[in-house]
Design a protein around this ligand. Structure first.
Ligand SMILES: [Zn+2]
Ligand SMILES: [Zn+2]
Length: 411
C-alpha cells in the first residue's frame, strides 16, 4: 500500500529527484526546496512542481492524480457499477500506477469505493524467459488481483498465474510461438514490425477478454504514449483507426471496450506517483519495449493536430451495403485491426494507390496512359484487381502491413 506519510519530506534523495520543472530552480538545494509550502493545502512542504501547476506536497499530489483518474472514469459513465475489468499489465511504470490506483480505489471505505472487480492480464512477449515471469508473479501477488498470463504468439487463451508451471511447459504454446516467431521474422521493416505488434496485442487482449467473459479492458496508455501512437498512425496512413487508438474508449469492438483511464497523466506524474507510493519498480521497468520523452508542449500540439485529422473521417458512403456486396467484402470492418474499412470514396487513398502503381510501372508506355492507370488504381483500392480475400478485407494500414509481411498475416 501507499505510504504518503508527511514525515518523508525531509528525504533528501526523493526531494531532489522530484524537482524537474523549469519554473522551480532545478539546481536548488534541498533546504531551499523545503521552504516552499504546498499551494493547495498551505500546510505541508512542497515535494513536486508539475508544469503549469502550483507546487504540491505528496498528499495533495496523490489526491490530485487519483482524482484525475476517478474523474476520467466518472465523467465518461462508461463503466457500469459492479463491472468486471481486465487490466493490461505490461510491466511498464504506467501499468504499475494503473494497477495501484485501481487497487486503491477499490479498497476505500464504502463512500469512496470504486465498485468493480478486477483481473489482471500479462501478455508474455518474451518467449521462454521463465525467470521474468516469476518476478512479475511476485510483484502482482501483493494486489490480490486474480492474475493471468497469455502468450502473444498463442491462441489468446489466458492461464491463471497460479498455474504458471503448466503454462511454461505447454508444448502447444511453444509450437504456436515458434510459428509466430517465424512469421514475425518475415516482416520486412522495423516500422511494420512495431505496427504489427501493436495490432497483435489488441487481438490477443480481445481474445483473452472474451475467454474470461470481461467487457472492459483498461490500458495503461498515458499522454505521451498516445502522442507517439498518433504520430505513428499518421505516418502509417492509419486514419481509419486513429480516433480509436487514442481516445478514452476504443469502440472498435461491439462487446469489448478498451478504456484508457490514465490517458491524461503526464510522464512526470507517473514517476512521482511511483516514488511517493514507494512502489518498487526498477526490476520491472526493463520490460518496457520502448519509451518516449516528448515534452508536454509537443504532446498538446500533436493532439490538436490529431483531433483535426480525426474529424474528417466521419463521412460514410451511403451506398456502403451495395458496394460491399458488389465487391464481395463480408464486413465493413478490417479483419485484422477491426477499424472501419477506409477505402470507400477516399481520394487520398486513391492518390496513394495511384502513385504506388506508377512507381511500380516505370516504363513510359504505361505512364503515358494515365486514365488506365487511374482505373487500375480504383480497382486496386477496392480490391477488384485481386482474388486475395484477405487483402480485400483489410484497411489501408493493414494492407501495407500485409504486403510487408509477404502477403500473409499471422492473426
Ligand atoms: Zn498539500
Ligand atoms: Zn486494419
Amino acid at each position: 500500500m501507499c505510504s504518503i506519510g508527511e514525515d518523508d519530506f525531509g528525504d533528501e534523495g526523493g526531494a531532489h529527484a522530484m524537482i524537474k520543472d523549469n519554473e522551480m530552480d532545478t539546481s536548488c538545494e534541498v533546504d531551499q526546496v523545503e521552504k516552499i509550502v504546498c499551494k493547495k493545502c498551505n500546510q505541508n512542504l512542497a515535494a513536486v512542481k508539475i508544469q503549469f501547476r502550483d507546487a504540491e506536497c505528496q498528499n495533495c499530489f496523490l489526491m490530485n492524480v487519483r482524482h484525475k483518474f476517478r474523474a476520467t472514469l466518472g465523467s465518461s459513465k462508461l463503466i457500469p457499477k459492479d463491472s468486471e475489468i481486465l487490466i493490461l499489465f505490461d510491466g511498464s511504470n504506467a501499468s504499475i500506477v494503473l494497477a495501484d490506483m485501481l487497487h486503491y480505489a477499490q479498497t476505500q471505505n464504502n463512500f469512496k469505493k470504486l465498485h468493480c472487480s478486477t483481473k489482471l492480464l500479462y501478455i508474455d512477449e518474451d518467449f521462454g524467459h521463465n525467470l521474468d515471469l516469476k518476478e512479475i508473479e511476485n510483484f502482482l501477488r501483493k494486489y490480490n488481483f486474480e492474475s493471468y498470463i497469455v502468450s502473444l504468439g498463442g491462441n489468446g487463451d489466458p492461464v491463471n498465474f497460479k498455474e504458471i508451471l503448466n503454462y511454461i511447459q505447454n508444448p502447444q504454446r511453444k509450437s504456436e510461438e515458434e510459428n509466430f516467431q517465424t512469421e514475425f521474422g518475415n516482416i520486412k521493416t522495423l516500422t511494420s514490425q512495431q505496427d504489427y505488434l501493436e495490432r497483435r496485442r489488441k487481438v490477443i487482449l480481445k481474445k483473452a477478454a472474451d475467454f474470461l467473459d470481461i467487457k472492459f479492458i483498461f490500458l495503461p496508455d498515458t499522454t505521451s504514449d498516445l502522442a507517439v501512437t498518433l504520430l505513428t498512425d499518421v505516418s502509417l496512413g492509419r486514419g481509419a483507426s486513429m480516433a480509436d487508438d487514442v481516445s478514452l474508449c476504443d469502440n472498435r469492438y461491439e462487446n469489448v471496450k478498451f478504456v484508457r483511464p490514465i490517458k491524461d497523466l503526464l510522464p512526470q506524474e507517473i514517476e512521482c506517483y511511483l516514488k511517493f507510493c514507494n512502489l518498487n519498480h526498477t526490476e520491472l521497468s526493463e520490460h518496457i519495449p520502448y519509451g518516449s520523452n516528448l515534452e508536454s508542449d509537443a504532446i498538446s500540439t500533436i493532439f490538436r493536430v490529431g483531433e483535426k485529422i480525426a474529424v474528417n473521417k466521419k463521412n460514410q458512403d451511403v451506398n456502403l451495403e451495395s458496394t460491399l456486396e458488389k465487391l464481395n467484402i463480408s464486413s465493413t470492418k478490417c479483419m485484422f485491426c477491426n477499424a472501419n474499412l477506409d477505402f470507400f470514396d477516399s481520394n487520398t487513398l486513391l492518390a496513394i494507390e495511384f502513385s504506388r502503381l506508377a512507381s511500380e510501372n516505370t516504363d513510359s508506355e504505361n505512364l503515358d496512359n494515365l486514365d488506365s492507370l487511374e482505373k487500375r488504381a480504383w480497382e486496386s483500392l477496392y480490391g477488384e484487381s485481386t482474388n486475395d480475400k484477405i487483402l480485400k478485407n483489410l484497411c489501408h494500414g493493414c494492407r501495407n502491413l500485409y504486403r510487408d509481411c509477404g502477403n500473409y498475416l499471422y492473426m
